[in-house]
Design a protein around this ligand. Structure first.
Ligand SMILES: [Zn+2]
Length: 287
Protein backbone atom coordinates (compact mmCIF):
# COMPACT_ATOMS: atom_id res chain seq x y z
CA UNK A 1 0.00 0.00 0.00
CA UNK A 2 1.15 3.53 -0.72
CA UNK A 3 0.40 5.05 2.67
CA UNK A 4 3.42 7.06 3.74
CA UNK A 5 2.35 10.54 2.74
CA UNK A 6 -1.01 10.36 4.45
CA UNK A 7 -2.22 11.85 7.73
CA UNK A 8 -1.75 9.99 11.02
CA UNK A 9 -4.28 9.80 13.83
CA UNK A 10 -4.08 11.65 17.15
CA UNK A 11 -6.39 9.13 18.80
CA UNK A 12 -3.66 6.73 19.85
CA UNK A 13 -2.42 5.86 23.32
CA UNK A 14 0.85 4.02 23.08
CA UNK A 15 1.35 1.94 26.22
CA UNK A 16 3.98 -0.31 24.68
CA UNK A 17 6.97 1.13 26.50
CA UNK A 18 5.13 2.29 29.57
CA UNK A 19 4.46 -1.18 30.87
CA UNK A 20 8.06 -2.30 30.85
CA UNK A 21 9.26 1.08 32.10
CA UNK A 22 6.92 1.20 35.09
CA UNK A 23 7.89 -2.31 36.00
CA UNK A 24 11.55 -1.46 35.71
CA UNK A 25 10.94 1.69 37.75
CA UNK A 26 9.37 -0.27 40.56
CA UNK A 27 12.15 -2.80 40.82
CA UNK A 28 14.83 -0.15 40.68
CA UNK A 29 13.31 2.37 43.01
CA UNK A 30 10.52 1.02 45.13
CA UNK A 31 8.86 2.27 48.33
CA UNK A 32 10.98 4.34 50.65
CA UNK A 33 13.78 5.05 48.19
CA UNK A 34 11.34 6.69 45.79
CA UNK A 35 9.55 8.53 48.60
CA UNK A 36 12.82 10.01 49.83
CA UNK A 37 13.68 11.06 46.30
CA UNK A 38 10.33 12.81 45.90
CA UNK A 39 10.44 14.56 49.29
CA UNK A 40 13.98 15.77 48.73
CA UNK A 41 13.07 16.87 45.24
CA UNK A 42 9.98 18.74 46.44
CA UNK A 43 12.02 20.51 49.12
CA UNK A 44 14.30 21.72 46.36
CA UNK A 45 11.26 22.99 44.47
CA UNK A 46 10.82 20.29 41.83
CA UNK A 47 7.52 18.96 40.53
CA UNK A 48 6.93 15.53 42.15
CA UNK A 49 5.41 14.11 38.97
CA UNK A 50 8.45 15.08 37.02
CA UNK A 51 10.70 13.42 39.57
CA UNK A 52 8.67 10.26 39.32
CA UNK A 53 8.92 10.30 35.56
CA UNK A 54 12.66 10.83 35.64
CA UNK A 55 13.06 8.02 38.15
CA UNK A 56 11.01 5.66 36.02
CA UNK A 57 12.77 6.60 32.81
CA UNK A 58 16.21 6.10 34.30
CA UNK A 59 15.01 2.68 35.44
CA UNK A 60 14.12 1.81 31.87
CA UNK A 61 17.37 2.71 30.23
CA UNK A 62 19.31 0.31 32.44
CA UNK A 63 16.79 -2.51 32.16
CA UNK A 64 16.70 -2.26 28.37
CA UNK A 65 20.36 -3.17 27.89
CA UNK A 66 19.66 -6.71 29.03
CA UNK A 67 16.67 -7.20 26.74
CA UNK A 68 18.02 -6.00 23.43
CA UNK A 69 15.77 -8.46 21.61
CA UNK A 70 12.69 -6.67 22.92
CA UNK A 71 14.12 -3.34 21.96
CA UNK A 72 14.75 -4.40 18.37
CA UNK A 73 11.27 -5.84 18.16
CA UNK A 74 9.77 -2.55 19.24
CA UNK A 75 11.82 -0.66 16.64
CA UNK A 76 10.37 -2.91 13.97
CA UNK A 77 6.96 -2.35 15.51
CA UNK A 78 7.31 1.41 15.12
CA UNK A 79 6.95 1.11 11.37
CA UNK A 80 3.80 -0.94 11.96
CA UNK A 81 2.57 1.58 14.54
CA UNK A 82 2.95 4.40 12.00
CA UNK A 83 1.08 2.36 9.44
CA UNK A 84 -1.75 1.55 11.84
CA UNK A 85 -1.94 5.21 12.87
CA UNK A 86 -2.33 6.18 9.20
CA UNK A 87 -5.05 3.56 8.72
CA UNK A 88 -6.89 4.78 11.83
CA UNK A 89 -6.78 8.34 10.45
CA UNK A 90 -8.23 7.05 7.19
CA UNK A 91 -11.06 5.32 9.08
CA UNK A 92 -11.76 8.65 10.80
CA UNK A 93 -11.89 10.52 7.49
CA UNK A 94 -14.09 7.96 5.77
CA UNK A 95 -16.56 7.41 8.61
CA UNK A 96 -16.81 11.10 9.58
CA UNK A 97 -18.09 11.67 6.06
CA UNK A 98 -19.91 8.49 5.11
CA UNK A 99 -21.60 7.37 8.33
CA UNK A 100 -23.76 10.49 8.49
CA UNK A 101 -24.37 10.38 4.73
CA UNK A 102 -25.45 6.75 4.83
CA UNK A 103 -27.18 6.45 8.21
CA UNK A 104 -27.81 10.04 9.42
CA UNK A 105 -25.81 9.20 12.56
CA UNK A 106 -22.70 11.16 13.44
CA UNK A 107 -19.42 9.36 13.82
CA UNK A 108 -17.53 9.56 17.10
CA UNK A 109 -13.87 8.69 16.69
CA UNK A 110 -12.71 5.75 18.81
CA UNK A 111 -9.31 5.76 20.49
CA UNK A 112 -6.72 3.08 19.91
CA UNK A 113 -4.51 1.64 22.65
CA UNK A 114 -1.31 -0.09 21.59
CA UNK A 115 -0.02 -2.45 24.25
CA UNK A 116 2.34 -5.32 24.82
CA UNK A 117 1.31 -8.57 26.47
CA UNK A 118 -1.35 -7.32 28.88
CA UNK A 119 -3.71 -4.40 29.16
CA UNK A 120 -6.48 -3.12 31.42
CA UNK A 121 -9.62 -2.04 29.61
CA UNK A 122 -13.08 -1.05 30.82
CA UNK A 123 -14.04 -4.58 29.66
CA UNK A 124 -11.52 -6.14 32.03
CA UNK A 125 -7.91 -7.25 31.80
CA UNK A 126 -6.86 -8.80 28.51
CA UNK A 127 -3.74 -10.52 27.26
CA UNK A 128 -2.30 -10.52 23.75
CA UNK A 129 -3.48 -14.10 23.34
CA UNK A 130 -7.05 -12.92 22.84
CA UNK A 131 -6.01 -10.87 19.79
CA UNK A 132 -7.06 -7.32 18.89
CA UNK A 133 -10.39 -6.32 20.39
CA UNK A 134 -12.87 -3.48 20.79
CA UNK A 135 -14.31 -2.57 24.18
CA UNK A 136 -17.73 -0.86 23.92
CA UNK A 137 -17.58 0.33 27.54
CA UNK A 138 -14.67 2.71 26.85
CA UNK A 139 -15.09 2.81 23.05
CA UNK A 140 -11.48 1.87 22.51
CA UNK A 141 -9.68 -0.53 20.23
CA UNK A 142 -6.82 -2.53 21.77
CA UNK A 143 -4.01 -4.01 19.67
CA UNK A 144 -0.76 -5.73 20.53
CA UNK A 145 1.19 -5.32 17.28
CA UNK A 146 2.74 -8.76 17.85
CA UNK A 147 -0.60 -10.11 16.61
CA UNK A 148 0.46 -9.20 13.08
CA UNK A 149 3.41 -11.62 13.33
CA UNK A 150 0.87 -14.24 14.30
CA UNK A 151 -1.22 -13.31 11.27
CA UNK A 152 1.86 -13.69 9.08
CA UNK A 153 2.47 -17.15 10.50
CA UNK A 154 -1.13 -18.03 9.60
CA UNK A 155 -0.34 -17.13 5.98
CA UNK A 156 -1.75 -13.59 5.91
CA UNK A 157 1.22 -11.24 5.55
CA UNK A 158 0.91 -7.80 3.99
CA UNK A 159 -0.18 -4.33 4.96
CA UNK A 160 -3.73 -4.58 3.78
CA UNK A 161 -4.21 -7.65 5.97
CA UNK A 162 -3.27 -5.48 8.96
CA UNK A 163 -5.48 -2.63 7.76
CA UNK A 164 -8.40 -5.04 7.52
CA UNK A 165 -7.90 -6.21 11.11
CA UNK A 166 -7.99 -2.60 12.34
CA UNK A 167 -11.00 -1.71 10.16
CA UNK A 168 -12.84 -4.79 11.52
CA UNK A 169 -12.41 -3.45 15.06
CA UNK A 170 -13.58 -0.01 13.91
CA UNK A 171 -16.56 -1.95 12.50
CA UNK A 172 -17.43 -3.08 16.03
CA UNK A 173 -17.27 0.55 17.13
CA UNK A 174 -19.75 1.44 14.36
CA UNK A 175 -22.06 -1.34 15.57
CA UNK A 176 -21.95 0.23 19.02
CA UNK A 177 -22.68 3.73 17.65
CA UNK A 178 -25.57 2.33 15.63
CA UNK A 179 -26.99 0.41 18.61
CA UNK A 180 -26.65 -2.95 16.82
CA UNK A 181 -24.27 -4.49 19.38
CA UNK A 182 -26.62 -3.59 22.22
CA UNK A 183 -29.60 -5.19 20.45
CA UNK A 184 -27.63 -8.36 19.79
CA UNK A 185 -26.43 -8.58 23.39
CA UNK A 186 -30.04 -8.30 24.58
CA UNK A 187 -31.14 -11.07 22.22
CA UNK A 188 -28.23 -13.25 23.31
CA UNK A 189 -29.28 -13.00 26.93
CA UNK A 190 -32.56 -14.76 26.29
CA UNK A 191 -31.55 -17.46 23.86
CA UNK A 192 -29.63 -20.76 23.75
CA UNK A 193 -25.84 -20.95 23.52
CA UNK A 194 -26.12 -22.26 19.99
CA UNK A 195 -28.30 -19.36 18.82
CA UNK A 196 -26.17 -16.91 20.74
CA UNK A 197 -23.08 -18.13 18.84
CA UNK A 198 -24.96 -17.69 15.59
CA UNK A 199 -25.78 -14.07 16.46
CA UNK A 200 -22.16 -13.52 17.35
CA UNK A 201 -21.14 -14.82 13.91
CA UNK A 202 -23.54 -12.38 12.21
CA UNK A 203 -22.12 -9.50 14.22
CA UNK A 204 -18.56 -10.46 13.28
CA UNK A 205 -19.42 -10.82 9.60
CA UNK A 206 -21.04 -7.40 9.65
CA UNK A 207 -17.83 -5.92 11.10
CA UNK A 208 -15.97 -7.58 8.20
CA UNK A 209 -18.40 -5.98 5.76
CA UNK A 210 -17.94 -2.55 7.39
CA UNK A 211 -14.19 -3.03 7.02
CA UNK A 212 -14.85 -3.56 3.32
CA UNK A 213 -16.93 -0.36 3.14
CA UNK A 214 -14.02 1.57 4.63
CA UNK A 215 -11.58 -0.01 2.17
CA UNK A 216 -13.87 0.85 -0.74
CA UNK A 217 -13.97 4.59 0.05
CA UNK A 218 -10.35 4.77 1.17
CA UNK A 219 -9.34 3.36 -2.20
CA UNK A 220 -11.60 5.78 -4.11
CA UNK A 221 -9.97 8.68 -2.19
CA UNK A 222 -6.36 7.57 -2.12
CA UNK A 223 -5.76 4.96 -4.80
CA UNK A 224 -3.24 3.40 -2.46
CA UNK A 225 -3.84 -0.29 -3.03
CA UNK A 226 -1.13 -2.05 -5.00
CA UNK A 227 -1.11 -5.35 -6.78
CA UNK A 228 -1.75 -8.20 -4.35
CA UNK A 229 -3.05 -6.00 -1.50
CA UNK A 230 -6.67 -7.04 -1.80
CA UNK A 231 -5.73 -10.69 -1.95
CA UNK A 232 -3.73 -10.18 1.25
CA UNK A 233 -6.82 -8.81 2.99
CA UNK A 234 -8.97 -11.66 1.76
CA UNK A 235 -6.31 -14.14 2.86
CA UNK A 236 -6.40 -12.58 6.32
CA UNK A 237 -10.19 -12.84 6.41
CA UNK A 238 -9.80 -16.49 5.49
CA UNK A 239 -6.94 -17.20 7.92
CA UNK A 240 -8.95 -16.02 10.93
CA UNK A 241 -12.15 -17.85 10.03
CA UNK A 242 -13.40 -20.06 12.85
CA UNK A 243 -13.16 -23.25 10.80
CA UNK A 244 -9.53 -22.49 9.96
CA UNK A 245 -8.70 -21.59 13.55
CA UNK A 246 -10.35 -24.80 14.79
CA UNK A 247 -8.40 -26.84 12.25
CA UNK A 248 -5.16 -25.10 13.24
CA UNK A 249 -5.88 -25.99 16.83
CA UNK A 250 -6.24 -29.63 15.78
CA UNK A 251 -9.97 -29.69 16.45
CA UNK A 252 -12.77 -31.10 14.38
CA UNK A 253 -14.69 -28.28 12.68
CA UNK A 254 -17.80 -27.64 14.73
CA UNK A 255 -20.13 -24.98 13.25
CA UNK A 256 -22.12 -24.57 16.49
CA UNK A 257 -19.02 -23.31 18.25
CA UNK A 258 -18.31 -20.69 15.58
CA UNK A 259 -18.37 -17.16 16.89
CA UNK A 260 -16.77 -15.36 13.93
CA UNK A 261 -17.85 -17.23 10.81
CA UNK A 262 -16.10 -19.54 8.38
CA UNK A 263 -13.22 -18.44 6.17
CA UNK A 264 -15.57 -18.36 3.21
CA UNK A 265 -18.20 -16.25 5.01
CA UNK A 266 -15.60 -13.75 6.21
CA UNK A 267 -14.17 -13.37 2.71
CA UNK A 268 -17.66 -13.02 1.29
CA UNK A 269 -18.73 -10.17 3.59
CA UNK A 270 -15.46 -8.30 3.31
CA UNK A 271 -15.92 -8.49 -0.47
CA UNK A 272 -19.53 -7.23 -0.28
CA UNK A 273 -18.42 -4.15 1.66
CA UNK A 274 -15.56 -3.59 -0.77
CA UNK A 275 -17.77 -3.88 -3.80
CA UNK A 276 -20.68 -1.64 -2.78
CA UNK A 277 -19.17 0.76 -0.20
CA UNK A 278 -22.51 0.92 1.58
CA UNK A 279 -23.31 0.23 5.25
CA UNK A 280 -26.86 -0.82 4.31
CA UNK A 281 -25.43 -3.65 2.17
CA UNK A 282 -23.96 -5.16 5.34
CA UNK A 283 -27.18 -6.50 6.77
CA UNK A 284 -25.87 -9.94 7.68
CA UNK A 285 -28.88 -10.43 10.00
CA UNK A 286 -31.41 -10.52 7.18
CA UNK A 287 -29.70 -13.41 5.39
ZN1 LIG B 1 -14.60 -9.03 15.73
Amino acid sequence: MKWRNHRRSDNIDDLRRQKSSSRAGKTKLGGIGLLVLIVVGMLSGQNPLQILETAINSGTSTSYTESEGDYQASTANNETAQFISTMLASNEDIWNKHLSQQTRRNYREPRLTLFTQQVNSACGQASSASGPFYCPADQRIYIDLAFFNELKRMGAAGEFAQAYVLAHEVGHHLQTLLGISQQVTQLQQRTSQKKSNKLSVLLELQADCYAGVWAHHAEVNNRWLEKGDLQAGLRAASAIGDDQLQRNAGQRVNPDAFTHGTSKQRQHWLAIGLKYGKVTRCNTFSQ
